[in-house]
Design a protein around this ligand. Structure first.
Ligand SMILES: CC(C)(COP(=O)(O)OP(=O)(O)OC[C@H]1O[C@@H](n2cnc3c(N)ncnc32)[C@H](O)[C@@H]1OP(=O)(O)O)[C@@H](O)C(=O)NCCC(=O)NCCS
Length: 207
């Protein structure tokens, strides 16, 4: 996806991920404290495998680096859902632009300082205004309480369990599907739609 992220507030800057970030990524993704929650401690990255993994373009998505007071502290990726990705998330494909995201703060000293939740708030605003996103989805492990708390602080809410959703450290992990709605469909009146139009519980049309 053609993008040029450049979003900042007083302390946080979100910028494009570059090749020059690989040494830092290697530092972060060989730290067991980070791997415990992202990728898994059974994954052993070196420069080559890291490049294989992170140089590949994300279809309909992009990678980014999170900076805090001018220091790179974390990584994020965002991608627009299509086709079977909706099935993977068991999420209704009703024609809206839906993004999913993954992220980590690679410097554990910087956890619990509000960076993760602020990053997500900034991204929500960016994806809405620049990419027309109507909704963002996240799928944290059910036992990742810090991540869940951070995401709730950023306005996400748990909408359903995703049982055995991710193979992680040799085990299929249960996750939560979390959603942040950015724009809702607006209807003038129900009679504008053909007879037989169905609505699910959230008012979304199923044709
Ligand atoms: C998840 C992550 C991105 C969140 O970013 P962050 O900057 O640490 O998050 P924030 O500081 O915005 O919010 C963390 C909140 O969780 C709380 N928290 C910390 N540990 C907790 C725990 N064990 N149980 C419940 N809440 C916890 C913090 O107190 C804070 O809430 P508060 O501000 O109300 O006190 C970051 O911690 C991280 O990268 N962790 C390791 C990798 C990871 O888990 N990635 C996400 C995979 S889904």
């Amino acid at each position: 996806m053609n993008t040029n992220v450049g979003i900042e507030n007083d302390q946080i800057r979100i910028r494009d991920f570059k090749r020059a970030d690989f040494p830092l990524m290697l530092k972060w993704l060989t730290d067991d404290r980070v791997l415990e929650f992202y990728e898994g401690r059974d994954v052993q990255f070196n420069m080559e495998t890291l490049a294989e993994h992170f140089l590949e373009e994300i279809p309909d998505g992009f990678r980014m680096i999170i900076e805090y007071n001018d220091q790179a502290v974390g990584y994020g990726q965002a991608y627009q859902l299509s086709g079977e990705m909706f099935e993977e998330y068991d999420y209704n494909d009703d024609g809206r632009v839906v993004f999913a995201m993954d992220q980590f703060i690679g410097e554990p000293d910087y956890w619990n300082r509000g960076i993760g939740s602020e990053f997500l708030k900034m991204m929500a605003s960016y994806l809405k205004t620049s990419k027309g996103a109507a909704c963002i989805l996240l799928d944290p492990h059910q036992n990742n309480h810090r991540a869940i708390r951070a995401y709730e602080k950023a306005g996400f809410r748990i909408i359903k369990p995703l049982p055995k959703h991710e193979l992680f450290e040799g085990k299929k992990e249960d996750c939560w599907l979390m959603e942040k709605v950015l724009q809702t469909l607006e209807f003038k009146k129900f009679t504008d739609f053909p007879r037989g139009t169905m609505y699910d519980k959230s008012g979304v049309i199923k044709l």
